[in-house]
Design a protein around this ligand. Structure first.
Ligand code: ADP
Ligand code: ZN
Length: 430
């Protein structure tokens, strides 16, 4: 048991015991949240059954912004030891505060997650996520130290230095955004280093942005490693909310620390397991800033089946995107991830792409710029035209509208060193 799991008793707890624990912790959370300015007067004293969570109000990103800087803090200021702020991908940043115990619990969840992927204290872990206010850096940093891995706090960017660190210290595991992993591979090629041949790499933790199964497979193949999906958000502390086990069929949500619901993003109605909807989380172990029914905007579904790994915590599917990532082009709803899914299954497609939307003569236009490898780019015109037609047809079948496909040379699109910007929407700019 000890070798298989980091915290075996909790990870494999039977569902009824887990739910009893959740109810107990939910009531602790409610009691503590009632001390904050934001939740005061909004919550019952306690709930008798877990299902009663549905009677509690949602908390939104806008609520977090409105209670800036500290309206949701539930403990005296002297108990707070750290704050983190989200990167503000979709608007003004929000702040989350932590007590010493919060940081401790978070480190445990991260260590548990990494252990689940097969990382051990013999690993050399290079953390290529931004350190600082962003939670991706410090979050897994403390988790990796707790695990006992030799941790390199490389932070993001500076690709040549990343490669040098990997070579010098024989990195075996790394944490990176999928878009940066694809970009970094190009730099590996320029430097004449083959990560598969020249380095002892074995595990990559990929998170912080949506990506397709094809992207994972591509990264695994390029680097000769196993890549695991890692999901988190600063409102739920950061990474360590849900992580894949070695079966790689969905991410186990740590349900002893987060109460998970899936709702219809339009009506707010709870959905049953298996239906795709918006993830909603309630913190069950956070003292500094408890959050009740936080609407993440992230779209996914819950897997009803048990996992062969023996962990009883439910798994969620890959995140399809945020509800506000959805594009409406010519009246059709499209998620950028649908486009990535198609592209990454085409072998000639390189490691970067960009979606541009504009208005021409009052009509929406969709241009998909795609990097292709040197050999393909310098092939014959008819080969290139053929590839372009093939991609256009595949995309049209998936998204139901006709995109203009532009094939560009490797390295000509803006590189990603953190969260990638995949969509440029110029409609409404003129
Ligand atoms: P911001 O909201 O400003 O981007 P965060 O760092 O809190 O700041 O980002 C968390 C968000 O990143 C999640 O809500 C989700 O949309 C996205 N995200 C994180 N991990 C993943 C993942 N593995 N797959 C897809 N999206 C992810
Ligand atoms: Zn599992």
């Amino acid at each position: 048991m000890k070798d298989t799991y980091w915290e075996g008793e909790t990870e494999t707890m039977d569902r009824r015991a887990l739910q009893a624990l959740q109810l107990h912790r939910l009531n602790e959370t409610i009691a503590s949240a009632r001390n904050s300015d934001f939740y005061r007067g909004k919550l019952p004293v306690r709930v008798e059954r877990l299902e009663e969570i549905e009677t509690l109000p949602f908390t939104t990103k806008q609520d977090l912004r409105d209670s800036f800087p500290a309206g949701m803090v539930a403990v005296p200021k002297e108990d707070l030891v750290r704050l983190h702020s989200s990167s503000g991908t979709t608007g003004r940043a929000t702040v989350v505060y932590h007590t010493k115990r919060d940081i401790d619990v978070w480190a445990d969840l991260c260590a548990r997650s990494m252990y689940m992927t097969g990382m051990r204290n013999t690993d050399v872990f290079q953390n290529m996520m931004g350190y600082g206010l962003f939670t991706g850096g410090l979050g897994l940093h403390y988790g990796a130290e707790r695990l006992g891995a030799l941790t390199i706090p490389a932070s993001s960017g500076n690709s040549k230095r990343q490669i040098r660190l990997m070579c010098d210290f024989h990195t075996t595991a790394f944490h990176i955004t999928p878009s940066y992993a694809l970009h970094l591979y190009g730099v590996f090629c320029e430097e004449g280093v083959d990560p598969k041949r020249d380095l002892p790499l074995r595990i990559a933790l990929l998170g912080a942005e949506p990506y397709s199964e094809g992207t994972r497979r591509k990264i695994e193949k390029l680097y000769g490693i196993d890549a695991f999906n890692s999901y988190g958000l600063s409102e739920m502390s950061g990474p360590g909310v849900a992580f894949e086990c070695t079966y790689k069929e969905g991410m186990h949500v740590w349900e002893d620390a987060f109460l998970l619901e899936v709702i219809d993003p339009k009506t707010g109605t709870p959905l049953t397991d298996g239906d795709e909807g918006e993830l909603v989380f309630t913190t069950l172990r956070r003292e500094g800033m408890p959050l009740i029914r936080y609407r993440t905007g992230d779209i996914a579904s819950v897997n009803r089946k048990g996992c062969p790994c023996g962990r009883t915590h439910r798994r969620i599917s890959r995140i399809k995107g945020r509800s506000d990532d959805m594009l409406i082009i010519k009246g059709v709803n499209i998620y950028p991830m649908q486009i990535e899914k198609i592209l990454m299954d085409i072998p000639e497609v390189g490691n970067n792409y960009l979606i541009e939307i504009d208005t021409v003569d009052y009509l929406d236009t969709l241009v998909v710029k795609i990097e292709v490898g040197q050999k393909t780019f310098h092939g014959t015109i008819s080969e290139l035209e053929g590839l372009k037609r093939r991609i256009t047809d595949l995309l049209r079948t998936e998204i139901l509208i006709h995109p203009k496909v532009v094939l560009v040379e490797h390295g000509s699109l803006p590189p990603s060193e953190g969260k990638a910007v995949r969509v440029i929407d110029r409609r409404g700019e003129k």
